[in-house]
Design a protein around this ligand. Structure first.
Ligand code: ADP
Length: 676
């Protein structure tokens, strides 16, 4: 709708184009000044027709701020040149020209001090044009009056009222034309524009007709109002200029309401200029007010549209419900709100108007909440199951009294939480199942422990008796073969006893067997365990190597029995899983709080996925099972339980291919008992 104005187009011109335009304007200004100087002016008077001033003012306002003074000076110079060409006395022309330059600068300063282009769609800017025109023209008139007085013109003839109104009209009619955007604010179709122009021409014809002979100068007023309310900026200002030129010509021809038998031509023209200023000034301000309001309304409507669209497309459902008697009527709803009522917003019933009228059935789930709010409760919130959205839906609902004094209108907000609730239920079911499985597992595990405990208990007594009798037999005379048989019986019964003890301690929580942990020398225990294991190891040419660091260790917290069992298990495993001839090394690392032992072997290693599981009861790696390495899978679980009981810990490091390192961490004695 908004095309360019002369001024806005000029801002985009190149420097060269601007210079050319300025030269052209100066030529026009000089020409117009020559005309007004030669036609209307007697010595020591100024023209009562001054379009040149309006053009210079427009050029100055169009110029960039830093070149404004220069443009004003150039314009003033062009006017001076024109006046000189008209043959006016040079000294008077120069002094008046100087006053004129100051006048134009003053006008421009009042209209705009920032360097931006004045806008006709701003009441503030158009009022500034009117005020600027008044103040600047008064300044010029007073200046000219002073010059006249200095030239001994009598006081009663000295005031330059003719130039005052001439300049007023020039600023109000000519200058705005430069800032009028083509098409801006135009509301009238072509036929209306034509009718308005035709009526304006006819009215002026009537006003200036010698046949009428009545002073009806105000007749065009409604047509100016029409222009202000319906024409575009450019159309309005152009009409103003056309009216000025036409009426000036008619007045000079001796026609129209401004001529009378008592007034000279010049006085008639002055009167006309005053009328033109009033018409033009009020028309541009009225136009600005109208367009500014339209813009404001348009902006508000656009904002409203955006908000409305947001509400309509929101994933939250909104309803406005009114209570009428006992019934609850939905009077407005967004798309999602209509879905919440179980209906389809695409249905043409809803597209017809934004007002809807749907009575909720009396058993609708929303009714109890609505009734509470209608009866005075400020707000109702809860979760409801609705036949809505896409079937049965869980909805979070909030009902509030709508603002305003219509107390029986309530706003309802519904959020579809069906998917969330479904997910909640699924998760809850999963957790329940997990829990049941865990309970089942614990029960099985308990039964297994019971079973293991009772079996081992049952085995213990007969075993003791076998071992006892075997020992008794050892005291007797036996031939070599019998002795060999007896050795085999004793050895295997001993092994069996060890296994049974292992099983028993695993079942009855090894930790219970750790009584009263106390400071303990670690190094001798390591040496003892290594010694004990050496015969077994030697059979497979495995050497248990104690690195220096493990020989002189500080005291730790524990019991002899627990620590010995831990070490026997882990070093025993290392020997058991080592390949023939490879060493098992034990090293240590001490810090302020702990003593760490590293038991390293070069066996098959333990895959990372099994690093934790090897400490579970009965767990054995695939490798151990496949190679039928002897064992029960209980040792490491006992180790961990024992270490827990003495504030220690254990973990394994291995890449699953080249050996394992078990890291056993004990608590240092002085930490628990600084006194000792
Ligand atoms: P067991 O040795 O009687 O089978 P453990 O609880 O001592 O029971 O060990 C559990 C499993 O951990 C072993 O069966 C074996 O698979 C694995 N494991 C333990 N120590 C080692 C080791 N040094 N090298 C390789 N695997 C080991």
């Amino acid at each position: 709708m908004n095309g360019a104005s002369l001024a806005s187009a000029a801002r985009r011109w190149s420097g060269r184009q601007r210079a050319l335009a300025l030269v052209a304007a100066l030529v026009v200004i000089a020409g117009l000044s020559t005309i007004s100087g030669s036609v209307f002016v007697a010595p020591l008077t100024t023209a009562n027709f001054a379009p040149a001033s309006g053009i210079v003012a427009a050029a100055v306002l169009m110029a960039r701020r830093r070149s404004r003074l220069a443009v004003a000076a150039a314009g003033g110079a062009a006017i001076i040149a024109g006046n000189l060409m008209a043959g006016l006395p040079a000294d008077f022309v120069f002094i008046v020209g100087l006053i004129r330059i100051l006048e134009i600068v003053l006008f421009c300063e009042i209209v705009d001090r920032t360097g931006r282009l004045p806008r006709l769609d701003s009441v503030r800017d158009t009022v500034r044009i009117v005020i600027g025109a008044s103040v600047a023209s008064l300044f010029f008139a007073v200046g000219v009056t002073v010059v006249r007085l200095a030239n001994e013109v009598p006081l009663d003839q000295a005031f330059a009222n003719d130039s005052f109104v001439a300049h007023l009209a020039s600023f109000a009619v000519v200058t705005p034309l430069a800032f009028a955007r083509v098409g801006q604010g135009g509301r009238a179709p072509a036929t209306e524009i034509a009718a308005q122009w035709a009526l304006m021409a006819a009215t002026l014809g009537l006003v200036f007709s010698p046949l009428i002979g009545l002073p009806v100068a105000f007749l065009p007023l409604p047509l100016f109002a029409w222009a202000a309310l319906r024409l575009s900026a450019f159309g309005m200002t152009l009409q103003m200029l056309a009216v000025s030129i036409a009426t000036s010509a008619l007045t000079l021809a001796g026609w129209g309401p401004f001529n009378s038998s008592t007034a000279s031509d010049s006085q008639a023209l002055t009167l006309l200029q005053a009328a033109l200023f009033i018409f033009a000034g009020s028309t541009i301000v009225l136009w600005a007010k109208r367009v500014e309001d339209e813009l404001r309304i348009e902006r508000a409507a656009a904002k409203d549209r955006v908000l409305r669209r947001a509400v309509e497309q929101a994933q939250t459902a909104f309803l406005l419900v009114e209570r009428i008697g006992d019934a609850y009527i939905v009077v407005q709803a967004n798309d999602h709100g209509i879905r919440a009522l179980g209906m389809d917003p695409e249905n043409e019933f809803f597209s017809a108007s934004s007002e809807i009228n749907i009575a909720l059935p009396s058993d609708h789930p929303l009714v109890p909440g609505l009734a509470e709010v209608a009866d005075g409760r400020p707000r109702w919130q809860g979760e409801l199951v609705l036949d809505a959205f896409t079937g049965r839906a869980d909805a979070e609902v909030s009902i509030e009294r709508a603002t305003g004094d219509q107390s029986d209108v309530m706003s309802v907000e519904l959020a579809d939480v069906t998917a969330q609730r479904r997910e909640d239920r699924r998760l809850r079911a999963l957790v329940d199942r997990e829990r049941a499985l865990t309970a089942q597992y614990q029960e099985l595990s308990r039964q297994k422990d019971d079973f293991v405990a009772s079996i081992s208990h049952e085995l213990r007594t007969p075993l003791s008796s076998i071992v006892g009798y075997a020992e008794a037999l050892e005291e007797t005379e036996l031939d070599p073969m019998q002795r060999r048989f007896l050795d085999t019986i004793t050895r295997n019964a001993g092994r069996l006893q060890e296994r049974v003890e292992e099983l028993l301690s695993a079942a009855k929580r090894a930790a219970d067997s750790v009584d009263d942990p106390h400071p303990l020398a670690l190094s001798p225990l390591i040496a003892d365990v290594a010694d004990d294991l050496r015969p077994v190891a030697a059979a497979r040419r495995v050497e248990v190597v104690l690195e220096g660091s493990s020989l002189e260790l500080p005291e730790i917290i524990g019991t002899e029995d627990a620590v010995t069992r831990v070490l026997t298990n882990i070093v025993g495993n290392a020997v058991k899983f080592s390949p023939d001839g490879a060493p098992v090394t034990i090293s240590a690392l001490v810090d302020d709080d702990t003593v760490e032992l590293f038991v390293r072997d070069s066996g098959p290693g333990i895959p990372p996925a099994d690093h934790e599981r090897v400490f579970d009861r009965f767990y054995r790696t695939e490798d151990a099972t496949a190679k039928a390495t002897p064992g029960t899978g209980l040792g490491l679980s006992i180790v961990r339980t024992l270490l827990d009981a003495i504030d220690g810990s254990v973990l394994v490091e291995s890449d699953g291919r080249t050996g394992s390192t078990f890291v056993i961490r004990f608590a240092r004695a002085r930490d628990l008992d600084p006194a000792s």
